[in-house]
Design a protein around this ligand. Structure first.
Ligand SMILES: Nc1ncnc2c1ncn2[C@@H]1O[C@H](COP(=O)(O)OP(=O)(O)O)[C@@H](O)[C@H]1O
Ligand SMILES: [Mg+2]
Length: 389
């Protein structure tokens, strides 16, 4: 298999604002041509991380490599990286064409070439005849497209996007998600995309880096993150999950029996030992409820609430001994349960998985093993030198 080339690499990056430690020892490689999303709730440190990659903030510790060179303490213009901000940051006193041309003019690109590139960009973002317009004459979606055109016109190796669709309404946001993804594929530029919207992250990204309280919780493909969250936080943050504690009772051919205060349950077993204390995680859509015990195990519960959701019904259950309510989504056709019913709760063992909080540490070593020296060598080979400035 061909080796993936690292385009951006953070190594043990730390950032403080006064006493406030907002980015904590982050290490992360981003590959050439990749769409990587930093996903986290508000205040988790996403923007600060992006600003350090862009050069707008300087880290207090660690290194940031772009195309193999440590740029941690260089200025924004000293790296092949452009940024699209949430508020677009277009120049209001310039026309659309002048906005797009700005970066090229700064680089003293010949006038004819600028004109050609600007027209190409307008075509790329499907605003062909908009060159002479004033920025104030554009809708939100059009402004966003121009901001993107302005950011890609001088062929950056990396594009940073900070919640670029946050200001758009839902329908336009969905359309722009699709367009952005197509654009990224077409241009082959490495995208580092920041959002707090998990659906957006799952549908657009090659990989997602989940940020929580300044730390990277998990880095993986959307499927890995959804199907194998490594921490209770991720299991709950991405989609929904029923998570509860238990102790491994027995292991057999990749499956585990787990003892819990409400009975024995089963799940997939991965890297766990007998008697180990773990968390069991099962998604609501994987749970089934019935009036009789079924399969190799069942938990007893009572329906507290049912919420009609069209194709499915959400059942909120209580299980004796479980503090939190248990959630189950069942297809809405032909179900005859009502609030107050006593039911049996079951799932296929292959649909539940175990979380060992320690796993985060295991994964970190994979990321840290990718050395800066290594990326430098790869880029020397590609003869991508440090940008002349
Ligand atoms: N310039 C700044 N000065 C002081 N604190 C800041 C500054 N920028 C961000 N912070 C703080 O750093 C933390 C992370 O912020 P930020 O990176 O903007 O998070 P996010 O983008 O994930 O919402 C927050 O607690 C925020 O208040
Ligand atoms: Mg932010």
């Amino acid at each position: 298999m061909e080796e993936k080339k690292i385009m951006v690499e953070l190594k043990h990056v730390d950032k403080f604002f006064g006493e406030n430690h907002v980015v904590k020892d982050i290490s992360l490689p981003v590959y050439q041509g990749e769409f990587l999303t930093i996903l986290g709730s508000s205040g988790s440190g996403k923007t600060t991380t992006l600003r350090m990659i862009g050069g707008f903030d300087k880290p207090n510790g660690g290194e940031i490599f772009v195309a193999g060179y440590n740029v941690a303490h260089k200025e924004p213009f000293e790296r092949d990286v452009n940024t699209v901000f949430q508020n677009y940051a277009l120049f209001p006193h310039m026309t659309v064409a002048e906005n797009i041309a700005y970066g090229l003019r700064m680089k003293h690109v010949p006038k004819q070439e600028i004109k050609k590139r600007v027209n190409e960009m307008l075509e790329l973002v499907q605003l062909k005849d908009f060159g002479p317009r004033q920025i104030s004459e554009l809708s939100g979606g059009q402004k966003q497209r121009i901001a993107i055109a302005r950011a890609v016109v001088n062929d950056p190796k990396v594009l940073l996007l900070d919640e670029p669709l946050g200001a758009l309404d839902l329908k336009l946001r969905k359309q722009m998600q699709f367009e952005l993804k197509c654009l990224q594929k077409k241009l082959g530029i490495t995208f580092i995309y920041v959002t707090h919207d998990q659906e957006e992250a799952l549908s657009m990204s090659d990989r997602i880096a989940i940020m929580h309280d300044g730390c990277l919780e998990q880095v993986g493909t959307p499927a890995e993150i959804y199907e194998r969250p490594v921490s209770r936080f991720v299991a709950d943050f991405i989609g929904e999950s029923n998570v509860f504690a238990g102790k491994i009772k027995s292991l057999n051919q990749g499956f585990a029996e787990i003892a819990t205060p409400f009975g024995t349950v089963q799940s997939i077993a991965d890297k766990v030992r007998e008697t180990e204390e773990v968390y069991v995680s099962i998604r609501p859509e994987k749970v089934s409820i019935s009036s009789e015990s079924q399969g190799t195990f069942s938990l007893k519960g009572r329906i507290n609430e049912q919420i009609y959701r069209g194709a499915t019904i959400r059942f909120v259950l209580s299980i004796p001994g479980m503090e939190k309510e248990f959630k189950a989504d069942m297809p809405s056709n032909g179900l005859l349960f009502t609030t107050g019913d006593d039911v049996y709760i079951h799932w296929a063992p292959q649909d539940a998985f175990l979380i060992r909080e320690k796993l985060i540490g295991d994964r970190d070593t994979d990321v840290v093993a990718l050395q800066g020296e290594h990326t430098k060598a790869v880029f020397k080979e590609l003869s991508i030198g440090e940008k002349s400035i």
